[in-house]
Design a protein around this ligand. Structure first.
Ligand SMILES: NC(=O)c1ccc[n+]([C@@H]2O[C@H](COP(=O)([O-])OP(=O)(O)OC[C@H]3O[C@@H](n4cnc5c(N)ncnc54)[C@H](O)[C@@H]3O)[C@@H](O)[C@H]2O)c1
Length: 378
């Protein structure tokens, strides 16, 4: 059922957007599309009626829907933007793509690689853009490192480390995040997918061929490590808490390189929230280290100058708003494709790179369950 509020002004050439989800992700999408030129949010969906009404009113969105199906059924939308629990990404994206809409989807692409592959197939068949909110790679410090590596190569990068570790941060009581069916996994798919994305993009997208992983749940299920101070996360939840709270994986690349990937929602290790991506090259090394969301001093460069080891910390400021950057790129991709012509105008933008991340994470969970290294399907 739809509810109307006052219509907003929109240019006829604007891309018409429907946003689904009212939590952190949906609100961030809504604000990013609203702030960017050339797009107008004309529909909003979510299951919290008061918040739905408040967001529609304050952002001037004319139509609202409780259920995503009613929003996707509209035939006047160019874009559907998905900010809902992971298990809903697949049905919403496939329905939207099959009805000719471009899709902006939160990470991870889906709860499993098979479902992610179906989304990429739907995007390819319809030749619509499927972009995923791997927003952290658009951070100013990650962009700085990408430029630095292009201009000042560090030799052969043989090993890297990528981790997102929380001392205390199992998502809240009653949250879908801790349920395998709703989320697909714990911190590895939730936080690890972001640092995996940063590392693979900085490394130039090497193909991951093998993974050996372990996954544990020693704290969360015992009621420790909750984000609001550590109440009994599992016993009060309406969802089964059946995902890991810590995972660690060694990935091997086709080019002989390797990556150690680690993610935790709770562990007695770091002080609070600790994000790190480190590349070890034969002629230098670089590190991104975000300690409790600090916004400067996050980049370190290690080299030898005249035979002596040096450490450089360039002054890079990290403004907020990297979701807006990825959405701006998404809109540019659509506009460029609309004018390009050709058979598959959006080739390369059908979610392929996000599918590879899903395959790696899937294989990591399977490896942890099997207790040995596994191949990552191509
Ligand atoms: N990229 C990032 O930095 C980032 C940060 C947080 C979350 N996320 C991702 O965003 C997604 C959502 O996370 P969140 O924290 O915003 O979740 P949330 O639980 O806060 O919000 C989920 C929203 O989905 C809506 N929803 C659920 N079922 C629905 C239905 N049938 N029809 C319409 N709406 C429905 C709910 O009403 C709610 O508004 C997840 O995939 C998560 O991994 C990404």
């Amino acid at each position: 059922m739809s509810t109307s509020t006052a219509p907003t002004s929109s240019d006829a050439s604007d891309l018409r957007v429907g946003v689904i989800g009212l939590g952190f992700a949906g609100t961030t999408h809504l604000d990013a599309f609203t702030a960017l030129p050339g797009a107008t949010v004309v529909a909003l969906s979510g299951q919290e009626p008061a918040r739905l009404a408040e967001l529609a009113e304050s952002r001037g969105v004319p139509e609202t829907y409780a259920d995503w199906e009613d929003l996707v059924a509209r035939d006047d939308l160019d874009i559907v933007s998905i900010g809902v629990p992971n298990a809903l990404h697949h049905p919403i994206a496939v329905a939207a793509l099959r009805s000719g809409k471009h899709v902006f989807c939160e990470k991870p692409l889906a709860t499993t690689a098979d479902l992610a592959a179906e989304m990429v197939e739907a995007a390819t068949a319809a030749d619509r853009v499927l972009e995923v909110a791997y927003n952290h790679r658009r951070r100013a410090d990650v962009a700085y490192l990408a430029r630095y590596l292009a201009e000042e190569p560090i030799g052969r990068v043989y090993h890297s480390r990528a981790s997102w570790l929380r001392r205390q941060g199992v998502p809240g009581i009653d949250s879908w995040f801790t349920n395998k069916a709703a989320a697909g996994g714990g911190p590895l798919i939730d936080l690890g997918s972001h640092v995996l994305d940063i590392a693979l993009s900085l490394l130039g997208e090497p193909r991951v061929t093998h993974v050996s992983a372990v996954a544990y749940n020693e704290l969360g299920r015992a009621g420790r490590g909750g984000s609001s101070g550590g109440g009994p996360v599992s016993s009060r939840s309406t969802h089964a808490f059946d995902v890991e709270d810590f995972a660690s994986a060694l990935l091997r690349f086709e080019d002989g390189g390797s990556l150690h990937l680690e993610a935790s929602w709770a562990s007695y290790s770091k002080a609070h929230e600790d994000i790190s991506v480190e590349l070890l090259g034969s002629e230098g090394g670089v590190r991104l280290h975000v300690d409790n969301y600090n916004t400067e001093g996050t980049v370190t460069i290690y080299r030898d100058v005249a035979g002596a080891p040096t450490i450089e910390r360039p002054a890079v400021q990290v403004p907020a708003g990297h979701h807006q950057s990825v959405i701006a790129e998404f809109l540019d991709t659509i506009r460029a494709g609309e004018t390009a012509g050709g058979e598959l105008r959006f080739a390369g933008h059908h979610g392929e790179y996000a599918l590879h991340r899903s395959r790696v994470i899937d294989a990591a969970y399977a490896s942890a369950a099997a207790g040995h290294e596994l191949e990552v399907p191509a």
